[in-house]
Ligand binder design. Structure first.
Ligand code: KMH
Ligand code: ZN
Length: 291
C-alpha cells in the first residue's frame, strides 16, 4: 500500500509566541514537539528557530545545536529552512547549510507575502541549489506559485538534479500573494511537476484542510504544522503541532495511504544518513557499510 510522508513545520518565522503560546520557540519545546510529532506519524521536520526573545533567527551556533539535538533525540529527517524570515539577508540564508542538515528548503521564486515580499533572486536560487549538491544535502523545492515550477524546470535543466537525484517539492498554498489553496490550483501545480518528482502540499490558514484532502487525492504527501495553521476549526485554536500531525495521519489512513515510516521516507528522498549511531555502525563494518 502506498504511504504518505507527513512533514511537520512546527514554528515558522511569522507568528509571535504571544499570539500562539503553544508555538515551540525554545530548543526544549522544539525537541518535545519533534518527539510527539514523530510518535503520531511525522517523518520530516521543517525547522525555523527563534532567539532568546522568541524572534526568528538564523544564528549558526543555534542552528547547529538544534540539528545535533534533533538527531540525538529523534530519527526524523531534519530539514532547515533557508527561507528564514522575509527580512533575512541572502548571506545568512546560505550559511544555514553550514549547520549540516539532512535537507534544506529552496524557495523557487519571489512572491508577495501578505504585506511583505519574500525575495528569491534567480542567482540566489542557483547558489543555494549548487551548494546543496556539493554538500550532499537533499533539497526540498518550495513552490508558492505556478511560475516557480517553470523556474524549477529551468534550474534542473541547467544545473542538474539535486543531491540524491530525487526531486521533491512542497506546494505552499494560500499565502496572500501566492497561488490559492484550492483543488484546481493543486492539480495545475501537480501537472507541472518534473517527471518522477514527488510533492507535499500545505494550505495556509483556512485552506489547510482543502489542500490536505486535495493532496491526498492527487497522490501527494502532506505538510502540516503551526508555521501554516493556527486554527484547528473555526473558534478552536490549535492545541499543539502533534494535534495537526495526528489529524493528517488520520486523513492519510482514511485515504488508505497511512503515514510513511521514517526509514521509508529517508529512502524516498535519498537522504544521506548523518545520524551518529549509524555512522558508528558503518565504521564498525555493519551490513550496508563500506566493504
Ligand atoms: N518564512 C517565509 C518567509 C522556507 O522555510 O523555506 C519563508 C519560508 C520558506 O518559510
Ligand atoms: Zn518555512
Amino acid at each position: 500500500m502506498d504511504s504518505t510522508l507527513i512533514t511537520v513545520a512546527p514554528t515558522g518565522a511569522e507568528t509571535a509566541k504571544d499570539t500562539a503560546p503553544a508555538l515551540p520557540v525554545t530548543l526544549p519545546e522544539l525537541l518535545s514537539t519533534a518527539r510527539d510529532c514523530a510518535t503520531v506519524g511525522a517523518g520530516l521536520i521543517h525547522v525555523h528557530i527563534r532567539d532568546d526573545h522568541a524572534r526568528p533567527t538564523l544564528d549558526l551556533g543555534r542552528l547547529r545545536e538544534t540539528v545535533v539535538a534533533l538527531r540525538e533525540q529523534t530519527d526524523l529527517i531534519v530539514q532547515l529552512s533557508t527561507g528564514g524570515a522575509v527580512s533575512d539577508p541572502e548571506s545568512d540564508r546560505l550559511r544555514v547549510l553550514d549547520a549540516d542538515p539532512d535537507s534544506a528548503s529552496c524557495s523557487m521564486g519571489t512572491v508577495n507575502f501578505g504585506t511583505d515580499v519574500f525575495v528569491n533572486r534567480w542567482e540566489f536560487i542557483v547558489e543555494l541549489h549548487q551548494r546543496m549538491q556539493e554538500r550532499e544535502i537533499v533539497a526540498e523545492y518550495e513552490i508558492f506559485d505556478l511560475g516557480h515550477l517553470a523556474s524549477l524546470r529551468r534550474l534542473l535543466d541547467t544545473y542538474g538534479p539535486p543531491y540524491g537525484d530525487h526531486v521533491h517539492c512542497d506546494l505552499v498554498m494560500g499565502v496572500p500573494g501566492g497561488m490559492p489553496g484550492t483543488t484546481a490550483a493543486l492539480v495545475a501545480a501537480a501537472q507541472m511537476l518534473p517527471e518522477g518528482a514527488t510533492f507535499s502540499a500545505t494550505g495556509v490558514g483556512r485552506t489547510t484542510l482543502c489542500v490536505a484532502l486535495a493532496a491526498l487525492s492527487a497522490g501527494g504527501h502532506l505538510r502540516v504544522g503551526m508555521e501554516d495553521t493556527l486554527s484547528y476549526a473555526p473558534g478552536q485554536p490549535v492545541v499543539n503541532n502533534a494535534q495537526l500531525v495526528a489529524r493528517a495521519a488520520g486523513l492519510a489512513r482514511i485515504a488508505l495511504r497511512p503515514p510513511m515510516g521514517i526509514e521509508e521516507a529517508r529512502g524516498m528522498l535519498a537522504v544521506k544518513d548523518r545520524r551518529p549511531a549509524n555512522a558508528a555502525a558503518t565504521s564498525a563494518g555493519a551490513p550496508g557499510g563500506p566493504r
